[in-house]
Design a protein. Structure first.
Length: 313
């Protein structure tokens, strides 16, 4: 699908943001043991929540909470988990008209949380089926893509998809999230079509090491990735965040809050940075907004319950 002369300019499109990516239920177990007891032993944890998960879904909800008109394009199954996902997105003001409901099951994730650390177990279900032909063009002012490595069919068509959107005047962003295979490959072809790249520090270092064939400190990693074209905004945990833009490094500190649950904090960071950029704020202010959104989102269980409005921010 390509832009045609009838496609509306980015400034007059129906949505501010189109999020392309993953959506699934998350079962978050707090106080999980570091070693699981097999042999049919039962272990107790301090808490459990069933919440909306998926980097794309959480980013979409965070952006809608900040007042953006948001659409989500992804895949879910024709099952109870898929209906849970679509209902949860819709309830948070996200348009799901362009989400494909297919025959394979909805992805499912179990998050084993131990303080600020966590292990994540995901059954990908229909996520690998999402491809560029599933995604509408010319829909929003900004297009964000999540979970690059969980969606190989989408990744294959992503350079062309993003190039089409940019040619039509939209801006673009990408958050790869973790690579379960540990290969961190394929980014050199897509980053030239990305306006804002949004890794965390570990992801930035891993991707840069793959490109440079040697390990690099996080600031050098950001510079290497930025040399391919995008502004690079790196989520750096307790250190806050840093950005590399046209040869300069900008840092902002973390917000001093005691987290309840860090699931989805990076996705709320994404939502804040995108919303701030669409408001025309400068880079340092965009980072401050993003860090604050990520920090505030940790004040309740799950990725969406504590996402702030713009007024609260």
């Amino acid at each position: 699908m390509r832009l045609s002369p009838s496609d509306p300019p980015a400034s007059t499109r129906a949505f501010d943001l189109l999020v392309i990516g993953d959506a699934n239920p998350d079962v978050v177990l707090s106080g999980a043991p570091r070693r699981l007891a097999y042999g049919q032993r039962e272990q107790l944890v301090s808490g459990g929540d069933l919440v909306l998960g998926g980097s794309g879904a959480i980013t979409a909800c965070g952006a809608a909470r900040l007042g953006l008109r948001v659409a989500f394009a992804g895949r879910v199954g024709d099952d109870a988990a898929g209906r849970f996902v679509l209902d949860a997105l819709s309830a948070r003001g996200v348009d799901v008209t362009h989400c494909v409901v297919g025959p394979r099951p909805t992805a499912m994730t179990v998050v084993l949380a131990d303080g600020q650390d966590r292990a994540i177990l995901t059954s990908p279900g229909c996520l690998p089926d999402l491809n560029a032909d599933d995604v509408p063009r010319g829909l929003a002012r900004h297009v964000h893509v999540s979970s690059y490595f969980l969606q190989p069919a989408l990744a294959a068509g992503l350079p062309g998809l993003l190039a089409e959107e940019r040619a039509g005047g939209a801006s673009t962003s990408l958050d790869t999230n973790d690579d379960p295979a540990g290969a961190w490959d394929g980014l050199a072809g897509v980053l030239p079509e990305v306006d804002v790249f949004l890794p965390n520090a570990a992801e930035a270092v891993a991707i840069a090491a793959r490109l440079a064939a040697q390990p690099l400190p996080v600031e050098q990693a950001a510079a290497l990735l930025g040399a391919l074209g995008p502004l690079v905004a790196v989520k750096d945990g307790a250190e806050g965040a840093l950005a590399w833009d046209a040869g300069r490094i900008v840092r902002v500190p973390a917000v001093p809050l005691e987290p309840v649950d860090t699931v989805g904090a990076g996705d709320s960071f994404n939502a804040g940075l995108i919303a701030a950029r669409l408001r025309g704020l400068d880079l340092r202010e965009c980072l401050r907004v993003a860090v604050t959104c990520g920090s505030l989102s940790t004040q309740a269980a799950g990725g969406t319950a504590a996402q702030p409005t713009w007024k609260e921010l």
